[in-house]
Design a protein around this ligand. Sequence first.
Ligand code: HDD
Length: 697
Amino acid sequence: MSKAKPKKASAAVPDQQVGVGGELHQVSGGAHPQMTNQRGLVVGDDENSLKANPRGPVLIEDHFLVEKTQHFDHERIPERVVHARGFGAKGYFQLTDSLKGITKARVLTQLGVKIPLFTRFSTVAGNMGSADTARDVRGFAVKMYTDEGNWDIVGNNIPVFFIQDAIKFTDLIHAAKQEPDRGFPQAQTAHDTFWDFVSLVPESTHMLMWIMSDRAIPRSFRMMEGFGVHTFRLINEAGDSTYVKFHWRPKLGMASVIWDEALKISGADPDFHRRDLWNAIAEGNFPEWELGVQLFDEDFANKFEFDVLDATKLIPEETLPLRIIGKMVLDQNVDNYFAETEQVAFATTDVVPGIDFSNDPLLQGRNLSYIDTQLSRLGGPNYEQIPVNAPRCPMRNMQRDGHMTMIPQLGRVSYSPSSLESDTPRQDPANGFSSFHAAEQGDKLRIRPESFADHFSQALMFFNSQTETEQNHIVSAFIFELSKVDTKAIRERMVGQLANVSSTIAQRVAEGLGMLGPIKPTATTVAARTDLPPSDALSIAKKMIPGLSTKVIGCLVADGSDAKAVLALQKAVIAAGASLKIIAPKIGGAIASDKTLIEADFQLAGGPSVLFDSVCVSLSEAGATLLSTEAAAVAWVHDAFAHLKVIGANTASRSLLAAAGVVEDEGVVIGNNTKSYLSRAAQGRIWDREPSVRTVY
Ligand code: HDD
C-alpha cells in the first residue's frame, strides 16, 4: 500500500560482484543454495558454454548446455482443448450441515473436517494466452482430496449448457473456437461460425441468454457463482437415491464489469482475474463460497415441468430452495503454475461412494471425455501420480508401468485373484464404490426425448427475471456479437430464433442491428411458455451485496495534490475493507503541495480507470488544468463515468471532470466528503446513468 510520506534520499546501491560471465550478483541478502543440474551435479559456470578455445566452436561435450536447452525445448505440453486459460488456487471444504441418511459419502456427512482441495477457474474458448475478461462462460472446477478418493465437481459459473447431448460438444466447440482455416478470432464467440451453429441449434437459446448477460463478464473469480450443472445422484447406505444439483455461492456476492470496460481491461490488464485472485489470497482476503444443494426425488422429477436430465434447464430456487451444507475457502496460492494449475486434471468420473451419475446424456458423454483428454495432454496413463492429481488416501491396484511411473507399487503380484502374496489389494464390495441399481427398460434408440423439446420457455424466464439494466445489457450483447457476424443470413436467422423467445427481444436486437423488414421466427415445434414466474435468484443485481470489501479504489493525483487529503482518504478506504491505489502522471509519484512525495502504484497510461471499482480525483487547480489536456487523464475520468462508476473529486478537480464530459449526477460526489463518497461507492454502480452515456435499444 502506498503512502503519502516525506521524500527520502534513495538507499545506497547494495554491494554487487561481477561474475564469470560479466553478470552482476548481489552480494548481500540471503543464502543462495548451490545450483545443480537435473541429476544433482553442482554447476560451476552457468554463464559460459564449453568452447574448444576462447573464440572457438562450442563442444557437444557441454552436457550442461545440452541439458538446459533440451529441457527448455520440451517445456510446453498441449493446452487444454477447451478451458485452456485458467487459474487455480488451493484451499479446503468444510461441511456444516450433514446429509447423513441421504448419502453415505463421508465428505457430505462428516461435519467440520477440513478437506483439502484445488480449484481452477477458466474461460472456455480462448487459448492459454488469451485475455481474462473475454465474454465467455467461466469454468469452475473443484477437486476435493477426500479420504475416500478424489471428488471433482467440474462445473461452470452458469447453471445450464448449450447442448443436451454430448455428441454435439465437438461441433459446439469447433464453432466457438477460432475458425480453423484462419486461426482467428481468438477468445470470442463474436464471429460467423459460432452464431451459424447456435442459430441452427435452438436448444442453445437458453444458454445464449446467460452468456449475453453480465454473468459472462464477471468482475472477479471471487464474485461468481458456480454450478455442477447436471443432476447427480446421492446414494445412502441402503442404496436409495436422491437427486442433487450442486451450487457454489460466493460470500462476497456477485459482481460484473460493463462490456466496454471488459474490452478495455483486456488491453490494460489481460491478467485481470488471475491477478485479482492471486492478490486477494496473498493479502489474506481468502475468498469463500457456500456449497448449496437442491435435493429432490423421483416424484419431484416426474412432476417438474422440464426434464431434470436436460442440461439446458435449471430448477428455479423458488421452486426448490437451496440447502446450504458447507463452505469452500481458497487460502493458498499455487507454488508453481505449471506443476499445479496446468497439470491438474479434473474428471466428472471422479466421484466417491455415495455420489453417482444421472442419465443426463451430456454428463454421460463427459464421463468418457475427461480421462481420455488427459492421456494426450499429460502424456500417458500415470498422470494421476502427479502430486496435484494424486489422491491423499491410499492408491493400490493392479495397474502397472507406463510412461512416467512415479509410485513404485510393491510386490511380485500385479493381477487378481492371486494366492502368492497375503497383502495384495482386494475389492471391497461392502465399502467400495457401487453404482445405483437403476431399473432400465425400453428400446435401444438414437433419439432426443420429447421431454427435452421446449427450448425457449426458460430462456424467456431468465430474461424476465433480470432488472431493466440487465435486460438492456443482454440486448446490447446480442447486438454487439451479431454485428461481428459477416453473413447477413446468420444474423437474420438468429433474430428469428430470438423471436421464438419473445418478439420484443427480437425487435430490440433487430433495431440495434439495423435490420429492415419483418422478423421471421425460425421453425419450432414448441412455443415459449409465458407463464413461468420470474426467478430473482437468476439476477445478479437482485442478489448484490452492498459494501466495499476487497474492492479497489483508484485515486488520481498529480504534482500539487494535497497529501493529507490523500492519506485521509486512504485511511477511510482501508477502514471500509477496500484498498486504495494511487495513479500519477509519473511512477515516481507526485510532489504534494506540502512538498512531500505521494508514492504512485500506477503511471497514468498504465493504470486506466477500468482497473478500479470506483475512482477519486484529488488534484490542485493547476494540476486539473494541466491534466485536462492529457488524453489519458481525460479518458481516465470519462471512462469511469461511462462505466457508471461512483466518482469522488475535490472541488479543485472540477475542470478535469468538465473536460471529461462528466455530468454531476448522484454518483459524482464533489468536495472532500470522503464519508458520503464511500457510502455511495458501497452501493455499486449508477445504473440510472446508463441511458445518458450509451444507446439502449
Ligand atoms: Fe468440459 C474441460 C466444464 C461439457 C469435455 N470442462 C472442462 C473444464 C470445465 C468444464 C470447468 C476445465 C477443467 C479444468 O480446469 O481443467 N464441460 C464443463 C461443463 C460442461 C462441460 C460445466 C457441461 C455441463 N465438456 C463438456 C462435454 C464434453 C467436455 C459435453 C465432452 C463430451 N471438458 C471436456 C474436455 C476438457 C473439459 C475436453 C478439456 C480439458 C479437460 O477436459 O481436462 O475433456
